[in-house]
Design a protein around this ligand. Structure first.
Ligand code: EPU
Length: 303
């Protein structure tokens, strides 16, 4: 592997950075090289350089919905936190991948633009939200995407020799909680929003936030919903009716407030989370015959 100094042109980099500082679940050992590029161009160049050098890389976005391994991650880990610019573009917003969802929600509200109210109270960054199509059950952030610029692994484009281009949602075909990016990386996106008023947008946001505060453990350390909802049912309801609310393994507990949230009660490890996910899957399958699908991204332990 080239010396870390070979990557000094791509923004700040730290060695052996504890990932527990960078994930909402507060779990994870050290990243061998931890990058926070300042611009999407730097992110694209960094990915191209790492690919050329055969250095494994892991993108953690804003660290939400992700459980980092206890043994850390070899190679490069990229956090999107420094790429935070947001531009108005007609009735839409053009976003860099590190814009936080709270910033997106607040900016849209201030400009009186409607369309992303359902992301109120959701942590994470725009890039990660697109990768997993974050949202509610019947709506995802991709519903607002007009276009998206993606870096792609593999050969450069034939026409211009670049490794990124603009895609339409039709080409990508995202689904419920599945951005369908297939290894591509978000550099920028344009969301279409609807002209409204700051007051009207705030009223809708307040309504969603109230419901969220009542039904989810928003103040506790978690990574959002652990499982996707199966067709026509709720993973939270199934885990709850399997009697698992409050069940603890090590430092991880199934939330008493909403059973689809795993809470880090202090000192939880990735091993605790893995074990808990297995137990939930087995118990729900036994009790209700449903195979739950994971929404939480549990990164593998190093070999
Ligand atoms: N329920 C229970 N017990 C529980 C949790 C829920 O019986 O412990 C029942 C509720 O009473 C309700 C039903 O299950 O009748 C559905 O629950 P809720 O309204 O809380 O919504 P959800 O389907 O569990 C989904 C998304 C959330 C999103 C909310 C609100 C998924 C997996 N979850 O939750 O998304 O915030 O709707 O829009 O799609 C996330 O993906 O990380 C997430 C939090």
């Amino acid at each position: 592997m080239p010396s870390p100094a070979a990557y000094s042109d791509f923004g700040p980099m730290r060695l052996n950075e504890p990932l527990s500082n960078w994930t909402t679940m507060r779990i994870g050992g050290p990243a061998e090289m931890f990058f926070e590029p300042h611009k999407p161009e730097h992110l694209a160049d960094l990915l191209t350089a790492l690919e050329k050098d055969g250095v494994p890389w892991t993108l953690i976005g804003g660290g939400a919905n992700t459980v980092a391994p206890d043994g850390g991650i070899p190679g490069a880990v990229i956090h999107t936190g420094n790429m935070r610019r947001l531009f108005r573009d007609g009735n839409g917003l053009r976003l860099w991948p590190g814009v936080t969802l709270p910033t997106l929600v607040r900016s849209a509200q201030g400009l009186g633009l409607s369309g992303v109210e359902k992301l109120v109270g959701v942590p994470g960054h725009v890039g990660g939200a697109l990768a997993m199509n974050a949202g509610s059950v019947e709506w995802g952030i991709w519903d607002q995407v007009e276009e998206i610029v993606l870096w792609s692994p593999g050969p450069a484009n034939e026409e211009d020799g670049l490794k990124f281009r603009t895609w339409s949602p039709k080409e990508i075909q995202p689904a419920y909680r599945h951005g369908n990016l297939g290894g591509r990386v978000v550099l920028e996106t344009l969301l279409t929003l609807e002209e409204s008023t700051p007051l009207a947008v705030k009223a809708t946001q307040d309504e969603f936030l109230k419901r969220k505060n009542q039904s989810q453990p928003v103040k506790l350390t978690s990574a959002g919903c652990a499982f996707k909802n199966p067709n026509g049912d709720s993973a939270g309801r199934l885990i709850d009716s399997a009697g698992l609310k409050g069940h603890c393994i090590g430092g991880v507990a199934v939330s008493d407030i909403h059973a689809n949230f795993l809470v880090n009660q202090g000192g939880a490890s990735a091993a605790d989370v893995r074990q808990m996910l297995d137990i939930i899957e087995q118990t729900v399958l036994e009790k209700s015959g449903v195979s739950l699908e994971r929404e939480l991204v549990v990164l593998p332990e190093p070999l």
